[in-house]
Write a protein that binds this ligand. Structure first.
Ligand code: NAD
Length: 353
């Protein structure tokens, strides 16, 4: 399956196909005519898939590789000099190519390195986690973290090509499957009731496997549409933030150590829909459907935080200056909108969320 992200001169193709990794060369050569390639990956993914990719490319290209430790700690400003040095050592120039092979951490880190090395060299995304396949590899947001917070240094820098091989998810640990499913469910909630119903009927990631290519295609297509309309994140892209107001607050409150991002978003989607229903802003019964689907995909619906503490944290969040708050709500399943309010929106919640 194929689609094109249409961004004028910055347009690029996305291919989604089981087993595509083994055949990467025939797609790479469609967008790259140089000779030298550097694959950058992490120490979980490279040992499983790095050599397959390298072996496939080696006949045609001079291949180098660089591996960083896995996990969010590698998406750090301090990791960049090591990457730049490896690129210099391999004599990578602006006419060469970088491949990011890994999850969202590798995509964001390597994308940023590519955007800044020699003022920008071409790169390709080969996402290997569910989250990266349905979300982070498409759209051109690349970034690294600073000690003061996540994604504080970054760029909008589009890849030349995205290659998505759903079969690599077979080795992705369950925790990250659940996390990615939070994003897949989110697409159903905000854009597509039929997708939501398909996910609910399948009941589990196992149940989805026969239709995984189509499901991933649908999600990527929604991301594509939003990115084409709002490349620089000033408008419609905000709908992708459904569940995120509470999620950010929960993640910050627990210092990113308890709930994963997908879990925090799951809690956020359910809780905000429950509240919005109470205020007559969301069709009745929607929150209950969200609860049912999250439970079947092993995602949480509450974090046990007292509402007063959450309110305090929302109040302090730098994105909510002057008390103004834009929240994403569902009119009904598959139909989302932005609602302008202030932090008192959450004051009606009772007890703990
Ligand atoms: N740029 C964007 O638009 C965007 C959007 C959402 C999230 N993100 C970022 O994405 C990051 C999270 O991404 P993630 O959840 O993919 O994390 P990750 O990259 O850390 O991957 C999760 C774990 O799974 C391992 N892994 C990945 N693919 C595997 C495979 N096929 N087999 C075995 N192990 C595999 C990784 O080594 C890692 O340990 C965060 O930093 C977040 O900020 C970016």
């Amino acid at each position: 399956m194929e689609m094109t992200v249409d961004l004028g001169e910055k347009s690029y193709p996305i291919y989604i196909e089981n087993g595509i990794l083994k055949d990467a060369k025939s797609y790479v050569e469609k967008v790259y005519t140089g000779r030298r390639i550097m694959i950058i990956s992490d120490d979980h993914v490279y040992p499983i898939y790095g050599e397959t990719l390298r072996a496939n490319l080696a006949g045609e290209y001079e291949c180098h590789h660089y591996v960083v430790p896995h996990g969010e700690l590698s998406k750090n400003f301090q990791v960049l000099p090591g990457i730049y040095s490896a690129m210099l050592e391999a004599k990578i120039t602006r006419s060469d190519l970088i491949i990011a092979l890994g999850g969202g951490v590798i995509g964001d880190l390597v994308g940023f390195a590519a955007s800044s090395y020699l003022r920008g060299i071409p790169f390709i995304q080969i996402p290997t986690s569910l989250l990266a396949q349905v979300d982070s590899s498409v759209g051109g947001k690349v970034a690294v973290d600073l000690p003061q917070g996540k994604n504080l240094v970054g760029a909008f820098y589009q890849p030349k090509l995205v290659l998505i091989d759903p079969t690599v998810l077979a080795t992705l640990p369950e925790k990250f499957i659940n996390d990615g499913m939070g994003e897949v469910i989110k697409y159903g909630c905000i854009f597509d009731e039929a997708l939501f119903d398909t996910l609910l009927a399948a009941g589990s990631f196992e149940g989805l496997k026969p239709s995984l290519e189509e499901i991933i295609y649908k999600c990527v297509d929604y991301k594509r549409i939003v990115v084409e309309e709002d490349q620089f994140d000033f408008g419609r892209r905000i709908l992708l933030n459904f569940g995120h107001t509470l999620a950010h607050t929960i993640e910050q409150h627990f210092h990113y150590e308890r709930e994963s991002h997908g879990e925090a978003v799951a809690i956020g989607m359910y809780q905000i829909s429950k509240l919005a229903e109470k205020k007559g802003l969301t069709q009745e019964g929607t929150a209950e459907r969200i609860r049912a689907i999250l439970e079947s995909y092993h995602l949480p619906i509450r974090c046990g935080l007292p509402i007063e503490e959450l309110l305090g944290a929302i109040h302090l969040d730098k994105k909510n200056l002057d008390g103004h708050l834009k929240v994403v709500l569902l009119r009904k399943m598959g139909d989302s909108y932005v609602y302008e309010t202030d932090h008192s929106f959450f004051a009606d919640a009772e007890g703990s969320l």
